[in-house]
Design a protein around this ligand. Sequence first.
Ligand SMILES: CC(C)(COP(=O)(O)OP(=O)(O)OC[C@H]1O[C@@H](n2cnc3c(N)ncnc32)[C@H](O)[C@@H]1OP(=O)(O)O)[C@@H](O)C(=O)NCCC(=O)NCCS
Length: 191
Amino acid sequence: MFNPSPYHEPGFGAWKQRLETLPLSKILIREADQAAQDGRWMRWMQADCESTYIQSVEDNVAKIGQQLVLLAEIANYPVGVCCVLAGRTNSDPLFIQLVAVVPFARRRGVGLALLRAVAGWQPHRSIAMATLDDNVAARRLNERFAQSIGGNIQRVPVSRFRRSDLGFAPGERHRPWVIDRQQEADTAVLR
Ligand SMILES: CC(C)(COP(=O)(O)OP(=O)(O)OC[C@H]1O[C@@H](n2cnc3c(N)ncnc32)[C@H](O)[C@@H]1OP(=O)(O)O)[C@@H](O)C(=O)NCCC(=O)NCCS
């Protein structure tokens, strides 16, 4: 049977201990490999971060095959993850379904580095994400991100996108936002 608790898995404790002594070295962003090791890193980060669901290694590996999954590393240790779904048509946005950074690596720019890497992936698309109203860290991060790419972040009605595209389930009270880049792209073409 699937064990929902990763806390006693071999290696989890050592990874947590290593995080506590992380050097202040450069943040590396890379695409996750569709392999068990990266599925396991994702699972452990999900376990270490609030506001995230802990998934099985297999489900994480399947996600890596279906979406863009970026991992942030410091000194070869994964400390952050971002899951992104590209909308079905070219004019649909990129949906940032999850951005999470382990507590020991926060406020070092990891979250912002992950989002900026997403922005560079498909620059013609606008970017959508959803937050809970009381998630101050996520809301401030999104504002900083929008500012850093010269975009304007705005609330949009909940009905604008499918909940599943935004990565939340029915009953969750996340509210969507959009950083509109489509308009900028259209203007650039007209110039
Ligand atoms: C939200 C989260 C991803 C931020 O990650 P992070 O790596 O700490 O963010 P950064 O260091 O890149 O912060 C960039 C900016 O965001 C803002 N910010 C980040 N965390 C903040 C906090 N706790 N309070 C206020 N502002 C915050 C700041 O403006 C910050 O810039 P500054 O440090 O120069 O002031 C992290 O807190 C987290 O994983 N939270 C749990 C999971 C979650 O809620 N994810 C979002 C919903 S999917």
